[in-house]
Write a protein that binds this ligand. Structure first.
Ligand code: NCD
Length: 646
């Protein structure tokens, strides 16, 4: 049981009926007799682990555990796959908490016994949701029609993600109040829209009363996000947003969560600014007289202690129900596996796995496919209904989404931009295992794919012109650099890296100073920014902090690649400036990016392709730049009938 989606509503109801009869009477005391549960917790836990262990013992079963996973073979470098295989041979059920999104799914693939997710990274925490729903039902009766305001860190809170899916399924209203920068992730919102037809729309707080009557959920964003982001101390502001937001609507429950500090990067991630706080003062208003306050715990300071004595504060009940609910779940799972019916756990959708070795990775850096490639293969569910008709790959492990920009046919080694009109072609290639996907033209061509049909090639820059352009750009860079020592030349892999090296060599020659060169991998495996080893023998990431970065690429077109490179740079630190050098600027920008240094401007048509050939990559060839036209796969020599993004 990895996701709350692994249980149907009917099964959840059945579980709750079972839980009503727990803790055990005579009969339940034997339900797990002779069975062993292993608890593998790679992250701290009080409630989840101890209530699971208590539940198992009350059912007559026993528990084995590792007091601290850092004292297990994990510390010696054992993969999660091996740990899962081995522990599954010692126990009848595994309960696992892990810091990586999707890690429990990965372990379940290797374990021969049922595996229960006790929280995987920021992804899901389905058994907490069972406790939450059970508590809400006990307090409020039917879940349908309830209005639940979820507050706090909705981005990293795994309890929140499982909870909103379940509330949606049971027909409750969900109102979100996120702390600044900690809104529900896009993939969660899209899933709510796609699978539950939740119509999530930003609304002003004044419209809430009207909207809540006819909508199932409301997704609130500040009306002036940029201004809000500038506040450094917005406690009062967050509080007034909270009061305004809920004015006029009947609120059945506030579900409060703590800021998940451990999931935030030390620098750069949101989390400053105000955080909604619930206390007696806030709940004083008459209309909240029956509003319950829930929290998965542990609380830090988002929930005031005064509520402990208030009948509306039900978070300790929520924690206490952990035992009967988990007893019911264990009993239910053992019965289901004994009768061979694994509940709804079967994931029937055919999954896409790239036939190309260098496929775009999952977009989530904390996904187990990126943190532990030895135990996983990137696999995706293909969604043909992404926003704007895009083709979306949904990671099987962590649910994050990836938009397919270009698709290729493995047999003919041809590629073209994805368009909704090509849906049937994609299904066909997918069915035959011949679909390759790329996140850029650069990626496709580096894998040896050619555009679907190309016209004759025309040379537009020769070796001497390229050499002169590199020299001229280097001179300009030096002229505009007060402190050449602070320069960091970063090439976008692969051709940008070779050009970056050439530029750095020129700069070293002219300035007589040592110039640091690195490269950025746009579709890498998380090792995004690195020093070029041939320059100083080290492959570690260069520091970008307070450096004058010169980003180098061969061709600039839409600007998307540069945008991605910039976000990788800013993720790893704050440079004092970033300037852009490109050998060819061919126009058609979609992003507001302007290169500072350009080798040559080549106005090209949308259907043309500019290709830089460098001797480092194409051994037999001299440096040159060529231009040619491309034609879509469907239309032979006819102009493309589909909209092309080239
Ligand atoms: C939660 C968790 O671990 O995700 N705790 C829990 O299981 N009750 C919430 C949290 O840590 O904030």
């Amino acid at each position: 049981m990895i996701s709350i989606e692994d249980l149907s509503n009917r099964e959840i109801e059945e579980l709750f009926r079972l839980a009503d009869g727990m803790p055990a009477g005579e009969r339940e005391a034997k339900a797990c007799a002779g069975k062993i549960m292993a608890t593998l917790f790679y992250e701290p836990s009080t409630r989840t682990r101890l209530s699971f262990e208590s539940a198992m013992q009350r059912l007559g079963g026993s528990v084995i555990s590792c007091p601290d996973m850092r004292s297990s073979s994990t510390a010696k470098g054992e993969s999660i796959a091996d740990t899962a295989r081995v522990v599954a041979s010692y126990a009848d059920v595994l309960v696992v908490r892990h810091c990586w999104d999707g890690a429990v799914q990965a372990m379940a693939e290797y374990a021969e016994v049922p595996v229960i997710n006790a929280g995987d990274g920021s992804h899901e925490h389905p058994t907490q949701t069972l406790c939450d729903l059970y508590t809400l039902r006990k307090e409020k009766g039917d879940l349908k029609g309830l209005t639940v305001v979820i507050c706090g860190d909705l981005k990293h809170g795994r309890t929140i993600h499982s909870l909103v899916y379940a509330l949606a399924r049971f027909g409750a209203h969900v109102v979100t109040l996120a702390a600044n920068g900690m809104e529900l992730p896009q993939y969660v919102i899209e899933k709510l829209e796609r699978e539950y037809h939740y119509n999530l729309a930003p609304v002003a707080s004044d419209d809430l009363h009207a909207v809540v009557q006819e909508t199932d959920a409301i997704y609130l964003t500040p009306t002036q996000p940029h201004q809000l982001a500038l506040f450094t101390s917005v406690d009062a502001e967050a509080q007034s947003r909270l009061s305004k937001m809920v004015s006029g609507i009947k609120v059945d429950a506030f579900y409060v969560t703590r800021k998940q500090k451990e999931r935030m990067k030390p620098e750069g991630e949101a989390g400053n600014g105000g955080y909604p706080r619930i206390g007696e003062e806030f709940l004083k208003e008459k209309r909240f007289k029956d509003t319950v306050v829930m929290h998965p715990l542990p609380r830090v300071d988002e929930l005031s202690q005064e509520l402990d004595r208030d009948r509306r504060g039900i978070y300790f009940k929520q924690a206490a129900y952990g035992v009967p609910v988990r007893m019911a779940l264990l009993k239910f799972l053992f019965e289901a596996s004994a009768t061979g019916k694994a509940g709804a756990a079967e994931k029937r959708i055919p999954l896409y796995e790239s036939p190309e070795p260098a496929a775009p990775p999952c977009a989530n850096a904390n996904c187990v496919t990126r943190t532990e490639p030895v135990s996983t293969r990137p696999r995706f569910e293909v969604l043909f209904t992404g926003p704007g008709g895009g083709l979306i790959l949904k990671c099987f492990y962590c649910d994050h989404q990836l938009k397919v920009q270009y698709m290729g046919h493995t047999r003919s080694r041809k590629y073209c931009p994805y368009d909704i009109a090509l849906g049937e072609t994609v299904r066909d290639w997918l069915g035959r295992g011949e679909l390759a996907v790329f996140d850029s033209i650069k990626h496709a061509e580096e894998r040896g794919y050619e555009p679907y049909k190309s016209g004759p090639q025309r040379s537009i820059m020769d070796e001497a012109e390229i050499r002169d352009a590199v020299r001229r750009m280097s001179e300009e860079i030096l002229k505009e650099s007060e402190e050449p020592d602070r320069l960091l030349i970063l090439g976008i892999r692969t051709k940008g890296s070779y050009l970056a090296k050439r530029i750095a060599e020129e700069l070293e020659r002219k300035s007589q100073k040592r110039i640091e060169v690195g490269e950025i991998e746009i579709y890498g495996s998380g090792d995004d920014l690195r020093r070029l080893p041939s320059v100083d023998g080290e492959a570690s990431a260069p520091s970008v902090k307070e450096r004058a970065v010169i980003l180098v690429d061969d061709v600039i077109h839409t600007g998307m690649t540069v945008k991605n490179a910039l976000s990788i740079i800013f993720k790893s630190g704050r440079p004092s400036s970033v300037r852009l050098a490109v050998l060819v600027d061919r126009g058609h920008r979609e992003m507001p990016v302007k290169p500072n240094y350009v080798g040559k401007h080549i106005p090209s048509s949308e259907k043309e392709r500019v290709r830089v050939k460098l001797r480092e990559v194409e051994q037999d060839e001299r440096d040159k730049v060529v231009i040619y036209s491309i034609v879509s796969p469907e239309d032979g020599d006819q102009p493309p009938a589909i909209r092309t993004e080239l």
